[in-house]
Write a protein that binds this ligand. Structure first.
Ligand code: PLP
Length: 415
């Protein structure tokens, strides 16, 4: 598939696109909003909001089965969005893109449709010690059903994967490896192409969780070489409730459906049903039509700015924030990997992260405080929770300054 780059918008710096996000113009406690929680969910630009609204206003109808014009327009727009996602990921074929609710559903789909039938007692699934719960719990569920075992390659003190350890855990019983591309709790960018190559050398199929990687700098599934890749639309400035699973067609073609219902069949009788080819086989029921269309527009939007430029901008903010946070006495950054994306987790001596979050909110600074759905990472570093600031394309050094100033207020408050 030839990749069609949208027209590049390089007349504005990355952060000058802040004005595209209406919510960021709304003050918080009479202050400008410093929104530093994009790793949880990113804000939406006007073009995405408008695309969803226009779908409902102008051409909404159920897709794939209508013979009337509205349904054909909706179907075309939905399928165009699939093509855009395929281009975003450099997928060889748009039929390899399955629309799902998000990363969580994508991993569950692969766990039940691809991995579950291949597992028996004593088999192993390999993950890393920095996975989000959505790349742990689905594997625990299939392990419980089959007697298979979840094997974890631990995280180093700096918050990195130990490649040698990872390689060594790929044994004759390993049936699947599922690894995160960028850690949401530590910011670590993993060497996923090397990890996938190691798995392939051991004949082990792989999934890469790209929830935090796609928004940060993009992902190329052919360069990574994995068998499955997934991400969530809402972290890529798109709507919530929509995301994508990419899988090699040869694998998808032989997989059983994840759910049964309308839209995913070739025919149904009471005796038996025959299933549609992928991707429809995995999209039972009426999908999030306007959400997929909105995601397509979000993909156009980030590609026009340039995902590499966005990654570089967030990287620059990360460097600035790291230096400024290190000036604060008693503050400890959790996760000091050599390669990091725009996520910075930290703890402050003697103050619970939730108290920090509450005071920061009063100062107009929105951060996340908690375990970030990565409790094993918190256990690894011996903390119950962290404060996490994460950057999006709209963030500026002023947002980082607002965070640092508010942290000094926290320190004053707690003496
Ligand atoms: N994986 C990672 C690394 C994440 O950061 C997240 C969400 O924070 C998920 C998976 C789950 O994504 P979703 O809740 O959109 O399904």
């Amino acid at each position: 598939m030839s990749s069609v780059e949208p027209v590049k918008d390089t007349t504005r710096s990355v952060a000058e696109h802040r004005g595209d996000f209406p919510i960021l113009a709304r003050p918080m406690n009479d202050r400008p909003l410093a929104f530093l929680d994009s790793a949880a969910s990113a804000q939406k630009p006007e073009c995405v909001i408008e695309a969803e609204a226009r779908c409902y206003r102008e051409y909404y109808a159920n897709i794939h089965r209508g013979v009337y014009q509205l349904s054909q327009r909706s179907t075309d727009a939905y399928e165009r969005a699939r093509g855009k996602v395929a281009e975003l990921l450099n997928a060889p074929d748009a039929r390899e893109v399955v629309f799902v609710r998000g990363t969580t559903e994508a991993i569950n789909l692969v766990a039940w449709s691809f991995v579950r039938p291949r597992l028996g007692p004593g088999d192993e699934i390999l993950i890393t010690g920095m996975e989000h719960h959505s790349n742990i719990v689905p594997w625990q569920l299939v392990c419980e059903e089959t007697g298979a075992k979840l094997v974890v390659s631990p995280v180093t003190d700096d918050g990195e994967v130990d490649l040698e350890d990872f390689r060594a855990r790929l044994g004759p019983r390993t049936k699947f490896a599922s690894v995160v591309h960028v850690s949401n709790a530590l910011g670590t960018i993993n060497p996923v192409a090397e990890m996938v190559a190691a798995a392939q050398a051991a004949d082990v199929p792989t999934l890469v969780d790209g929830a935090q990687a796609v928004p940060h700098g993009g992902a190329d599934v052919q360069a990574i070489g994995c068998d499955f890749y997934c991400f969530s639309g809402h972290k890529l400035y798109g709507p919530s409730g929509i995301g994508a699973l990419w899988g090699r067609y040869e694998l998808l073609r032989h997989m059983r459906p994840y759910q049964g219902g309308g839209e995913m069949i070739r025919y149904v009788t009471f005796e038996k049903s025959a299933f549609a080819a992928p991707p429809q086989r995995f999209e039972a029921g009426t999908p999030n039509i306007a959400g997929a269309i909105g995601l397509g527009v979000a993909v156009d939007y980030v590609r026009a700015i340039g995902l590499e430029r966005i990654g570089a901008h967030e990287g620059e903010l990360l460097e600035y924030a790291t230096a400024r946070l290190r000036e604060i006495d008693g503050l400890r950054i959790i996760g000091n990997a050599r390669e990091k994306a725009g996520v910075i987790s930290f703890v402050l001596d003697g103050v619970h992260p939730h108290d920090i979050g509450t005071i920061l909110d009063q100062e107009g600074v929105a951060i996340r405080a908690g375990h970030h759905c990565a409790q094993p990472v918190m256990d690894r570093f011996g903390v119950p929770a962290t404060v996490r600031a994460s950057f999006g394309l709209y963030n500026t050094r002023e947002d980082v300054d607002a965070l640092v100033n508010a942290l000094y207020r926290v320190k004053e408050f707690f003496g």
